[in-house]
Design a protein around this ligand. Structure first.
Ligand code: WTA
Length: 647
């Protein structure tokens, strides 16, 4: 579908983009054929304390496994995002903050003001014992203090670990315990869509299980009266006021970790993805500049949350490294109405909007009038990220909000890749609705069949990456072996993405979705194993299996099959209780869309659950269950089909 439809580079862009088609082709070819030379030219995008002489020293093989870039370079990330802009654009706006409440006043924070606040907060962190290499957990709403805290950690070389504010106390505790952070930065409450999120209360509920935490710093975001524990809890505003604005940036090794961010995989607990200082920042800055053709003075809006990798790379690090004005929005795109997102574009004269297909699908169904009632003449570019964009949503985004004149930058990447990997460049790439188009310079994607043979030409297969790139994750926190096992053993010699893809006859890449047990709910990654573990904690649940199901708005929904303990009764009340249970255990993003009580799950004789069959039933493809003769008890399938839940 859509494979033959080409949307050419618009007139208004021809010859206007920083990179044209010929330059892109030459850059990409050189990045592969002469990687060393290519990267020697690119490192000048950043200010180094010591310019690296060594480029890529990565090796995906088991015997010599390492991911390493710019290893003899020294750098400070916050100095690149702040100090180096002061002379030329100290008074330019670094962050525009748009509050949840549309009647409240936005804030404009200049580079100079942001620099001063970051230095003060870095001193607060130091006084609380943070230092080079120590971990600081951030559990914050979308307020400027989130960016301040990130950059303050970077300034002193502490490693931040952001936990999305929608996660439960249990999920927060697990992420604190895994990295033994000593400080939590949080807020009294968060605001989202007119509702309050009890962040400090959640921290208080998590901390009895987190002996490593010594200090909690609380930003007064809503002014709610929250209990403060003497000797442990500090107020952000009081601490900042008392701190010195002088804090020289720490000279970090390029390979020193900048942050870790927990993400879901096919198995086990979420892993702490570790990103480097030099390589990560270069990748975030380069991709932000190339894909969004950033021009000084423009307002760039990535409508993600800093709790996810998209917020790290495209709200904070990429834009600020490039001296951009980045918009940070506290709320949700459709509150108080579906026009909000476009009203924010109009209010702040946004040039680039970067959002997720799930948002577009939910806005699209509200009709065009709400969009057309706003002035979007400031828009130059539109971006899409987080999940495959269906061609229908693509065409709507392009035609209605984008008035047919804004290229759509559909960027494929992952928490593990640090920043964009496959994406069009606005002045260079003719688009196809639903295709992420071509690899960025430095990226060498391949398609492999199930046996690991390389597929050439037009083909469908497993998407792998054949060489390292600077923004690649360096390890799993505290578990380097898990890093190697997870990503480099399925197809030896390659980084395995976990995604499937198709390359069409014109060489365009189409991401077809996950091929593992990870599902993508509203652009958020969820491990089916995590939801299963939450369900089996319930005293009445004997066993659970969770799969993805197609969902009109969310892309995928969560479908749970639950077997109860003998004697426990399946009824509507228990179904609702289980849904609430998962929300409480993990957070609202993990809310099951369908719960089916199943007396038995389809298992092989060796006891392995055949998820393929469960997926087909959840998808409603009951005519295509395939071979079920290898099941220990094929009769369970009839019951599953008969009692399928329509979500
Ligand atoms: C999916 C988010 C298709 C993909 C940046 C990937 C996409 C997972 C796209 C990573 C896209 C992300 N087209 N699929 N443009 N962008 N994905 O780690 O399945 O939260 O593996 O990173 O999202 O999700 P993550």
């Amino acid at each position: 579908m859509g494979e033959n439809m080409i949307v050419p580079v618009p007139e208004s862009w021809a010859g206007q983009g920083a990179v044209d088609a010929a330059t892109y082709a030459a850059d990409h070819a050189r990045s592969i054929a002469d990687s060393d030379g290519f990267w020697r030219d690119q490192i000048g995008r950043l200010d180094w304390v010591k310019t690296p002489t060594r480029m890529d020293e990565s090796d995906f093989s088991e015997s010599n496994f390492q991911i390493r870039w710019f290893a003899d370079g020294r750098i400070n990330v916050s100095a690149n995002c702040l100090d180096r802009h002061l002379a030329e654009r100290g008074d330019a706006t670094a962050i525009i903050w748009e509050p949840d409440d549309p009647t409240a006043a936005p804030r404009h924070i200049s580079y100079r003001a942001l620099h001063a606040e970051v230095c003060r907060f870095a001193n607060v962190l130091k006084a609380a014992g943070a230092h080079r290499g120590s971990r600081v957990t951030l559990y914050l709403p979308m307020i400027p203090e989130a960016a301040v805290a990130m950059l303050a950690c970077a300034r002193i070389g502490a490693i931040h670990s952001i936990v999305f504010g929608g996660f439960s106390p249990d999920a927060l505790a697990g992420r604190i315990q895994d990295c033994d952070s000593t400080i939590v930065v949080t807020a009294d409450e968060g605001r989202r869509g007119g509702k309050r999120v009890p962040l400090k209360a959640n921290v208080d509920a998590a901390l009895p299980h987190c002996p490593s935490i010594e200090t909690v710093i609380v930003v007064p975001a809503t002014g709610a009266d929250v209990p403060m524990r003497a000797g442990r809890d500090l107020r952000y505003d009081a601490a900042i006021a008392a701190a010195s604005p002088d804090c020289p940036p720490e000279a970090m090794d390029s390979e020193d970790p900048l942050f870790l961010l927990y993400t879901s995989g096919s198995t086990g607990k979420p892993k702490g993805v570790v990103h480097s200082s030099g390589g990560y920042l270069l990748w975030a800055a380069m991709t932000h500049q190339l894909c969004f053709d950033y021009r000084p003075g423009e307002v760039f809006w990535c409508a993600a949350d800093v709790g996810w990798v998209t917020g790290h790379s495209y709200i904070v690090y990429g834009p600020l490294a490039n001296g951009a004005t980045t918009l940070m929005y506290e709320g949700v795109p459709n509150w108080p109405s579906a026009a909000r997102i476009w009203q924010v574009v109009e209010r702040h004269r946004v040039a680039t909007l970067f959002t997720a297909p799930t948002v577009l699908r939910s806005l699209m169904k509200e009709g065009d009038d709400l969009v057309l009632s706003t002035d979007r003449s400031s828009l130059r570019l539109l971006g899409s990220v987080g999940e495959p964009i269906n061609p229908e949503a693509w065409r709507w985004y392009h035609a209605v909000p984008g008035e047919g004149r804004c290229p759509i930058i559909d960027m494929w990447w992952q928490t593990e890749t640090g920043a964009g990997m496959i994406a069009p460049l606005p002045g260079a790439t003719p688009l196809k609705p639903g295709s992420a188009t071509f690899p960025l310079p430095g990226v060498e994607p391949r398609l492999l069949d199930g046996e690991g043979a390389v597929l050439e030409g037009a083909a469908d297969g497993n998407l792998v990456i054949a060489r390292s790139w600077p923004g690649q994750m360096r390890t799993v926190w505290n578990d380097h072996d898990r890093f190697f096992q997870t990503y480099f053993t399925t197809f030896p010699g390659y980084y395995t993405t976990g995604d499937g893809a198709r390359r069409d006859a014109d060489g365009y890449w189409w991401i077809t979705g996950r091929v593992d047990d990870v599902i993508n709910v509203s652009g958020h990654r969820m491990g089916t194993a995590e939801v299963e573990s939450a369900l089996v904690l319930h005293p009445k649940v004997a066993e659970a299996a969770v799969v993805g199901m197609p969902h009109e708005l969310k892309g995928q929904g969560i479908y749970a099959y639950v077997t109860l303990n003998a004697g426990d009764e399946a009824d509507e009340a228990l179904r609702r209780e289980l849904v609430q249970w998962v929300r409480r255990e993990i957070g609202p993003i993990a809310t099951p869309d369908a719960v089916q009580f199943a007396p038995g799950l389809p298992k092989t004789r060796s006891g392995k659950i055949m998820r393929r069959i469960l997926r087909k039933i959840a998808e409603g493809e009951i005519g295509a269950l395939g071979d079920i003769s290898t099941l220990a008890d094929p009769a369970v399938v009839d019951d599953l089909v008969a009692n399928r839940v329509m979500a």
